[in-house]
Design a protein. Structure first.
Length: 355
């Protein structure tokens, strides 16, 4: 059928490939940075009661005010900052990009980093500038200074810790970027629960920086909930771009209850950090494997032949992320999410066997 889609859709969209999510039935799933632990069983009856009480015949609270308060309290968002919620932090990236998309405006991000920064820039009609990291995944300040000067980016996205490399960038570098940027700088703390440092307590000191978080990596990925904290002048504008009912009633009810038990979620994150330390130590003893330090709930590895290793893991029903072909700096790398002790042991045994 001649639908004329190829004529009518913007060429930069035609050129994209859709974000691929592989099927994982029957696999040990270590590819997507999910928390392997379920919500505590003992709390599930209460969770269900909260979900059952939601009025599904009504539109949700458009401002999600109860949930916003629960998040503020759980994460101790400083009083001088406002927050806006998103259907995952992916939606927040989209809200920021849409709001900043003046004709010719540029979104700047580092490479390799979270692929949605570039994809969403394209969706929203922003120009995109990717600044390569150094070989050890640090910010290349000289290249960054030049790029900021030349591109004058409307918005800069910095993942802290970075995905898929797992490291925290230098704070001095980030301070300099915020100070020297003509536009907004978004610190993306998707992995804050696993990291030793955060910008939460100093974001209010900067007029042009905001902080983004998500509950996805904390054990609530299925709810789709992210937040942006920043000065009211920024949040007010982003709130206009947000679709009114973007946080559905079940998410509002479920997340409000779950965040009352934030300590239980953080305890799971602590367990994963301990597992991460053990995995890092073990992996460092594997001949032929280079292990990169991690402040997140995943580990980046370099192996002699990442495609072969990925396929061999797959044939053993273990799914990790093959990052090896996504960027030259990531040649022959795999990214493995920290799972349960049993899952991690299965991965370690399989890798030892394969290498
Ligand atoms: C996972 C991830 C996100 C998106 O998380 P949501 O599930 O959309 O909240 C954002 N930034 C980074 C760096 C991530 O790794």
């Amino acid at each position: 059928m001649n639908t004329r889609a190829a004529e009518l859709i913007r060429p930069e969209i035609l050129a994209l490939s859709a974000y691929a999510v592989p099927s994982s039935d029957g696999f040990i799933k270590l590819d997507a940075m999910e928390n392997p632990y379920t919500f505590p069983e003992a709390l599930k009856p209460q969770l269900m009661a909260h979900l059952a009480a939601a009025s599904l015949n009504r539109y949700p609270d458009a401002g999600a005010s109860v949930l916003r308060e629960a998040i503020r309290e759980a994460m101790q968002i400083p009083a001088e900052l406002d927050i806006v919620l998103g259907n995952g932090s992916d939606e927040i990236i989209q809200i920021i990009a849409a709001a900043c998309a003046k004709p010719g405006a540029t979104l700047l991000a580092f490479e390799p980093s979270f692929v949605m920064f570039k994809m969403i820039a394209t969706f929203c009609g922003l120009r995109y500038a990717g600044v390569p990291l150094t070989a050890d995944f640090a910010i290349d300040m000289e290249a960054t200074r030049l790029a900021i000067k030349k591109q004058q980016p409307a918005v800069v996205f910095i993942a802290y810790p970075n995905n898929p490399t797992g490291n925290l960038f230098s704070r001095d570098a980030i301070h300099e970027i915020i100070t020297n940027s003509p536009g907004l700088v978004v610190i993306d703390e998707a992995y804050f629960a696993f990291a030793s440092r955060s910008f939460l307590d100093e974001i209010a000191n900067f007029p042009n920086a905001v902080l983004m978080r998500t509950v996805s990596k904390l054990g609530l990925a299925g709810l789709r909930l992210g937040l942006l904290a920043g000065h009211p002048e920024w949040i007010r504008e982003f709130d206009k771009v947000r679709l009114p009912y973007n946080i559905n009633s079940l998410t509002q009810a479920g997340a409000t209850f779950a965040l009352k038990h934030y300590v239980a979620l953080l305890a799971q994150a602590t367990t994963l950090r301990i597992e991460r330390t053990q995995m890092l130590a073990l992996l460092r003893t594997y001949p032929g494997v280079t292990v990169f330090a991690s402040e997140a709930n995943f580990i980046l590895l370099r192996v002699p032949d990442s495609k072969k290793t990925f396929d061999a893991l797959l044939s053993r029903k273990i799914l990790v992320k093959h990052t090896g072909t996504s960027h030259p700096l990531l040649a022959n790398t795999l990214r493995v999410t920290i799972g349960t002790p049993t899952e991690n042991a299965a991965f370690l045994a399989a890798l030892r066997d394969i290498i």
